[in-house]
Every structure is written in structure tokens, then in C-alpha cells.
Design a protein. Structure first.
Length: 259
């Protein structure tokens, strides 16, 4: 394991890499945590390393001790900064990784970051989401049903209930307003055209996010993507009693990706 700080827009993000055994170069997964990030999925990181993958985990600006202010826009930027960091030749050599084989895997809000980052970067050939939260899609639906102020208040209440103690420089109301301001530009369905040629793994559970994820998977397939894998787990949002099965599915998908 190597720890480091990754530069992102004037701050240094706390990060670590699980490095696979052997000379490499190894393919690499960037593992993106959700909101606020209590479930880090580091059991998956260890399993992926054992299967020959390097795994980068980092904390977005303003989260879990990383300096700066947390926001969704910052988190999108931070994901791009993490990708750029791994592509630096000296970093790739140090970590024995292949910068041309970067895969994004995100849980919940991390799935939101995964979709945004993959859509913006054509060199990312594969991505996976674990109960991805299409937060702008949800906000758009709320705005269609009620006044903006009421939709923001409802979203802010939901964010506050998730627990925001690990996050700095933000408020539930401010984050909800940010989602309202980007209710159209951060939609999963708006990213389908950019992602229709990628390998995708879309995992769902009994946590209220299945419908939007199934719609995203269907939209990718309808756009011509023949490499979309979906899997449903009868479990909660953290996949609490399905961790081993979750690992098996993720590892099998990674193993089947083109080299």
C-alpha cells in the first residue's frame, strides 16, 4: 500500500493505492465513495488487488480530512484530478500500473461521479456503478412536482439525514441548491451518448435506486451499447449481507474486460 496526496484545484486530497503483486504494469481501478462516504468498499479493493488490479481510493475535497470545501462540482473535478494523477508517467512507474487501463467503480454518489467522469473522458473504456445515485435526476423529478424552494428543502433534509459531519465547507441547503442548479446538466440519461461505446456494469439493490439505474442501463442498450451487464441483489444500500457475492460479480466483470 502507498499513501499520497493528490493535487486538485489548489488542495491535496488524501489517498492511498493498494498495489497488486508482481512487476506489472497492472490495470487499475479508481474506487469512488458515496455521500458522505461511510461505506468505503475497501474489502472490494483488497479482493481486486488480489486479482491483479491496483486500486486507488481517495477522499474528495472537504471530505474525511481532505482540505477544501465539499461540493458535487468539486467532487467531479476531484475525480478528474485523480485520473490525471495516475496518468503521470512517474506515478504509473512507481505504482506499477497501466495508465491506459483505468476503470472507474463508484458506489451511490460515487456512481454519480463515475458516470460524470467517464462521460467526460473517452479514454475510460469501462465503468461500474454500485447502486448509483442519479442525484440530479432525482432533483429534476422533484422540481417537476413542486416549487423549487420545496424541492430544495426536501433534498436538503435527505442529505442532512445521511450525516454530514465528515464534510467541510458545505451545508445541506447549499448542496441541494447546487443540485437544483445542475438538474439538467448532471443527468445520467444526458450522458448516454458519450457512454454508449463503453463496457458498463450496473448493480442494483433494494434501496430505492433500482428504477433509475435500470432506466440508465436500458438507455445505454437502446443507444447501441452491447457491453452492458446488470445485476440485482436482494439487499440494502451497503450490500451488507451480499459482500462476498458482490465481490465475485465485480471480479468476474473485471476479468472479462478486453485487455
Amino acid at each position: 500500500m502507498q499513501t499520497m496526496q493528490i493535487p486538485s484545484h489548489g488542495e491535496l486530497m488524501n489517498a492511498l493505492v493498494y498495489i497488486a503483486a508482481g512487476a506489472g504494469p497492472h490495470p487499475v481501478v479508481i474506487l469512488l465513495h458515496g455521500f458522505p462516504g461511510n461505506e468505503r468498499n475497501l474489502d472490494l479493493a483488497q479482493d481486486m488487488r488480489r486479482a491483479g488490479w491496483d486500486v486507488l481510493y481517495f477522499n474528495y475535497r472537504g471530505s474525511w480530512g481532505t482540505p477544501g470545501d465539499f461540493s458535487f462540482a468539486h467532487s467531479i473535478e476531484d475525480t478528474g484530478a485523480a485520473i490525471a494523477y495516475l496518468r503521470q508517467p512517474e506515478v504509473a512507474r512507481s505504482l506499477r500500473l497501466d495508465p491506459n487501463r483505468i476503470v472507474l467503480i463508484g458506489h451511490s454518489m460515487g456512481g454519480f461521479m463515475t458516470v460524470e467522469a467517464a462521460a467526460a473522458d473517452p479514454a475510460i473504456k469501462a465503468f461500474a456503478t454500485i447502486s448509483a445515485a442519479d442525484m440530479s435526476g432525482r432533483m429534476q423529478a422533484m422540481l417537476a412536482m413542486e416549487k423549487r424552494s420545496d424541492a430544495i428543502a426536501a433534498m436538503a433534509h435527505g442529505l442532512a439525514e445521511e450525516g454530514m459531519a465528515p464534510l467541510a465547507g458545505c451545508t445541506p441547503d447549499g448542496l441541494a441548491k447546487e443540485l437544483a442548479d445542475h438538474a439538467m446538466s448532471w443527468l445520467f440519461l444526458d450522458k448516454v451518448d458519450a457512454l454508449k461505446n463503453r463496457n458498463a456494469l450496473i448493480l442494483t439493490a433494494d434501496d430505492g435506486l433500482t428504477r433509475e439505474n435500470n432506466a440508465f442501463a436500458a438507455a445505454l442498450r437502446n443507444a447501441g451499447d452491447t457491453h452492458v451487464t446488470t445485476r440485482y441483489f436482494a439487499t440494502d444500500h451497503a450490500y451488507s449481507d451480499k459482500r462476498i457475492e458482490l465481490s465475485h460479480v465485480v471480479l468476474a466483470w473485471l476479468k472479462g474486460l478486453p485487455k
